[in-house]
Design a protein. Structure first.
Length: 482
């Protein structure tokens, strides 16, 4: 593995749970991947029943025609389009008819020009469940090796196979991984998500340890910027970060798992393209700015303002809106009266006014109308949370100004009426509560969370500003709290 300095595979695996991308969005994404030097796209949406639950059934002619168009578009863009099946929920590994059905299903893609295939055996039983399989194979690992070899042979020359294993994260050895490492053809790529399912960082040493167990470079399934499952209220618009230069020595490539929102995912994907092209020289903030300028055609400043409030993720759990947080920190640090507090309130007011207009500017100005539609639930949340903070600032200004006590009390009553409204379901300015699946192992024998933070509670910047204003009002107005 020494001396390797280039990622062979650079791209996207559409592998999230939830409504798959529209064909129009796949064509758009493949063209954009090619323009940015990426070279792989893999079709693997978990919620496509013909990919997973009903994997034995052939795709209808209309779907195959779209897949053929996608393969052709990929070839024109320099992007190899691959296809995955996830048969592990029901397959009998020793059953010749199941093996033939798997090969025939993927063979339909081969007939249309695909040469890159994925056998996805993640999120399936981690033991042999059929009596015939238990008689035929010493372990699940040996069954997976046999299935991969059978499939590779049936697909024929010129085809490549990527195996996403049942034990797909972590850095420790297991009997299952050792069986793969010892028995699997070296030509078969093996997937890995990092030390957890959504790894806050992926380090070269972690990759080295995993690669040594498997006896080959890894193909990373990077769960960024995905937002499925318990992450669904989140919109991940931050830069691509936390992946260490030097990974290319132990990893053949990185394929990112995007959000259900194809266009919005491009902010992270564009940064990943720059990282994969030059990991040593990668400047994440500069890449982020370029992506926003490109994607935000028609309203780039508004998109940047909006994206600041959606940088929170396991990769950046302290970022809710950096300029707004800095202004709020200055206000908290200042005495209630005097020039420093007045200046801090003025800066906070300026930033909130800028943010209050961002949603309307995006609705009206974004050239990409499909992007505007994707963002809409979060545009609404952004407006509502910004108005809550603006109302809190108005209360603070009344307490510090020359308003009468009557005006201050009435203002506080109005403030509390607004705060009593239910919060939006979509998250803007950081979550009130969200669970990220930071599991280090997800097998029936060993399911456990890793050391990275998983549950984030009370991380809303909007709530922090509201509480600050409320506490000042309680103290100033003598409000009794029970």
């Amino acid at each position: 593995m020494a001396g390797v300095t280039r990622f062979e595979h650079r791209g996207v695996i559409e592998g999230f749970y939830g409504e798959p991308w529209a064909h129009e969005d796949r064509l758009w994404a493949v063209a954009r991947l090619g323009r940015h030097g990426m070279n792989r796209y893999v079709y693997a949406p978990k919620s496509d029943p013909l990919h997973r639950e009903r994997w034995r059934e052939p795709y209808p002619a209309a779907a195959l025609a779209e897949f053929a168009e996608l393969i052709e578009a990929g070839a024109a863009a320099g992007v190899e389009v691959g296809f995955a099946l996830s048969p592990g929920l029901s397959i009998a590994y020793a059953d010749a008819s199941d093996r033939a059905a798997l090969a025939a299903k993927l063979g339909a893609f081969r007939e249309r020009g695909a040469r890159f295939f994925t056998l996805a055996l993640d999120d399936v039983p981690s033991r042999l469940v059929h009596d015939a399989d238990r008689r035929a194979f010493p372990s699940l690992g040996e069954a997976h090796v046999a299935l991969a070899h059978d499939l590779l042979e049936r697909l024929g020359d010129g085809c490549r196979l990527w195996l996403v294993p049942t034990d797909y994260n972590g850095v420790e050895a297991s009997p299952y991984l050792e069986a793969l490492g010892a028995g699997l053809d070296p030509a078969v790529e093996v997937g890995w998500t990092g030390r957890t399912l959504v790894s806050p960082s992926i380090r070269a040493e972690e990759a080295r340890r995993r690669a040594a167990i498997l006896g080959r470079r890894l193909l990373v399934w990077d769960n960024v910027p995905v937002s499925d499952g318990p992450m669904r209220p989140m919109l991940h618009l931050g830069p691509y970060r936390g992946r260490e230069a030097g990974l290319e020595e132990h990893c053949s490539g990185i394929l990112l798992n995007p959000m259900q929102h194809a266009r919005a995912s491009w902010i992270a994907l564009a940064g990943a393209a720059e990282f994969l092209d030059d990991a040593e020289g990668y400047d994440r903030e500069a890449a982020w700015e370029r992506a926003l300028e490109d994607l935000g055609a028609g309203a780039p400043a508004a998109l940047r303002c909006f994206a600041e409030a959606h940088r929170f993720s396991p990769l950046a759990p302290t970022e809710r809106d950096r300029p707004l947080e800095a202004a709020f920190a200055a206000l908290r640090a200042a005495p209630p009266d005097g020039a420093p507090a007045e200046d801090a309130r003025a800066e906070l007011a300026r930033l909130l006014a800028e943010r209050e207009g961002a949603a309307a500017a995006l609705r009206e100005g974004l050239a990409d109308r499909r992007l505007a539609a994707e963002l809409e639930p979060w545009l609404d949340a952004h407006e509502r949370e910004t108005r809550r903070m603006a109302r809190a600032l108005t209360l603070l200004e009344s307490l510090a100004g020359d308003a009468s006590r009557f005006e201050q009390v009435v203002g506080f009553l109005g403030f509390e009426a607004v705060m009593a409204e239910p919060p939006p379901k979509a998250v803007s300015y950081g979550p009130r509560r969200v669970l990220y699946p930071q599991v280090a192992s997800l097998t029936e024998e060993d399911a456990r969370f890793g050391p990275d933070p998983a549950l984030f509670v009370d991380r809303s910047l909007s709530d922090e500003i509201v509480r600050f204003a409320e506490e000042r009002a309680i103290e100033a107005l003598g409000v009794r709290v029970s």
